[in-house]
Design a protein around this ligand. Structure first.
Ligand code: KIV
Length: 270
């Protein structure tokens, strides 16, 4: 099993690899391939639950998917993303929701979309034994405040704010920092200045690791952001397989003899 200490130790030596997964078969494939960290992202709202944003995702949604991923994962560190308003409103509720992911669903750590309001919470969760991955830069749960998903940290003041938040979450005990959609020179600066490993998504090559949404990486998504790269064409493979299945049923070539069986005891059924 990969631990948060293994992740910290790897930083600086070798790149840390992280992908999302939301279900058991995907987790099994990603884990067997040797990924370091599997994130059960609240992006499942978009990828798997058919929502336009991550805001409707509930703690129950996350728990169901975190459990499925944890059960299918032997080696990778499993990180549960905490959904919109499940943390940062009330401390006791935040701890209960985060704790549920570890106690009941088998996650190894949680991820919080961070701001000034998550510094004390990070410290508290870490004290209680819940490792925290802090997510900075573009935090999609702020979509309504941003009016979309714009790049973050593009001017001096915004960049300084991200660097300060990174320092504060490091001091609070976060074991890693996800940096999303920020300039690569800012991500390089955060990575150079902090001991805590940085894991970038749309943040350039200088981070200690990289993360993508698995649907984007394997080519299952209908749309993916400009910073993502497709390493396969699963959507085309599925479209072709589904088309072949429909053709085979319609033409009568499926099921064939090898997909059927007869019972000798049923010479007369009625
Ligand atoms: O929800 C998610 O998948 C994420 C990653 C994109 C970092 O937060």
């Amino acid at each position: 099993m990969t631990t948060v200490r293994d992740v910290t130790a790897k930083a600086g030596d070798e790149p840390i690899t992280m992908l999302t997964a939301y279900d058991a078969p995907t987790a099994d494939i990603v884990d067997d391939a040797g990924i370091d960290i599997i994130l059960v992202g609240d992006s499942l709202g978009n990828t798997s639950l058919g929502h336009d944003t991550t805001l409707p995702v509930t703690v129950d949604d996350m728990a169901r998917h975190v459990g499925a991923v944890s059960r299918a994962t032997d080696d990778a560190l499993v990180v549960a993303d905490m959904p919109f308003l499940s943390f940062g409103v009330d401390e006791a509720a935040s701890i209960e929701n985060a704790g549920r992911m570890l106690k009941e669903e088998g996650a190894d750590a949680v991820k919080l979309e961070c701001g000034p309001h998550t510094v004390d919470l990070t410290e508290k969760l870490v004290q209680l034994g819940i490792p925290v991955m802090a997510h900075l830069g573009l935090t999609p749960q702020h979509v309504n405040q941003y009016g979309g998903y714009p790049r973050q940290g593009t001017d001096q003041a915004a960049a300084a704010q991200i660097l300060d938040l990174a320092r504060e979450h490091e001091a609070a005990g976060a074991f890693s920092l996800v940096l999303e959609h920020i300039p690569s020179n800012l991500a390089a600066e955060v990575t150079a200045e902090l001991e805590t490993p940085t894991i970038g998504i749309g943040a350039g090559p200088e981070c200690d690791g990289q993360v993508l949404v698995v649907d984007d990486a394997v080519g299952l998504s209908e749309w993916s952001p400009s910073f993502a790269k497709q390493f396969g064409s699963v959507r085309e493979e599925m479209e072709s397989a589904v088309g072949d299945y429909i053709d085979a049923v319609e033409s009568g070539s499926f099921p064939a003899d090898e997909h059927s069986h007869e019972s000798a005891d049923l010479d007369e059924i009625y």
